[in-house]
Design a protein around this ligand. Structure first.
Ligand SMILES: Cc1cc2nc3c(=O)[nH]c(=O)nc-3n(C[C@H](O)[C@H](O)[C@H](O)COP(=O)(O)O)c2cc1C
Length: 161
């Protein structure tokens, strides 16, 4: 199979998650096409499944990630799994602060990208992969890359091929 992994990233955290996903796909013997949305790219990438990732900022995905999904070719991606992932800030310890933070975290980039893809009639894999960073700009939380790899392994197993 061939997997496509596309991502946006400001500080490199989502990039590292994308690389871990790509590494797992490759280590299971599949081909992988890893692309940043910050460079020119062929908008009509082809593959058997696709991972789309973005940092969550202001409670949503980046514009680049949103535009990418909106422009995905429904014909060629129909029925092929679309997996979304994001990086998010940590939940505050304090109960009151948690309540406030929830709306900026829970329905963030990955859930929103999945909802968008689903509305377009694409086959989204659920739940999306969500990875915490420490602080507002990272670095990644402990065990983040292992979590990304385990998730990818589980996803590939779900394909049953
Ligand atoms: C301007 C700004 C807004 C942010 N807004 C949110 C937010 O609403 N929710 C959240 O969970 N994290 C938020 N964060 C933290 C980002 O998720 C974090 O910077 C990101 O995961 C880093 O990924 P990157 O290195 O790939 O850019 C914000 C960070 C910045 C700098």
């Amino acid at each position: 199979m061939k997997g496509v992994v596309v991502y946006d990233s400001y500080y490199g955290n989502t990039k590292k998650v994308a690389e871990a996903i790509a590494e797992q796909i490759r280590s299971e013997g599949h081909e992988v096409d890893l692309r940043t949305l910050r460079e020119r790219y062929d908008k009509q990438v082809q593959g058997d499944f696709i991972f789309v990732g973005s940092p969550t900022r202001m409670g949503k995905m980046t514009r680049r990630a949103k535009v990418f999904v909106k422009k995905m070719d429904k014909g060629s991606w129909k029925e092929k799994p679309v997996v979304t992932f994001d990086t998010i800030m940590p939940m505050p310890e304090d109960e009151k602060e948690r309540e406030k933070a929830r709306k900026w975290i829970e329905n963030g980039a990955a859930p929103k990208l999945s909802a968008l893809a689903k509305n377009m009639g694409l086959a989204t894999y659920s739940p999306p992969l969500r990875i915490e960073v420490t602080g507002m700009k990272g670095p990644l939380s402990e065990g983040a890359l292992e979590k990304a790899k385990d998730y990818t392994k589980e996803f590939l197993r779900s394909l049953g091929r």
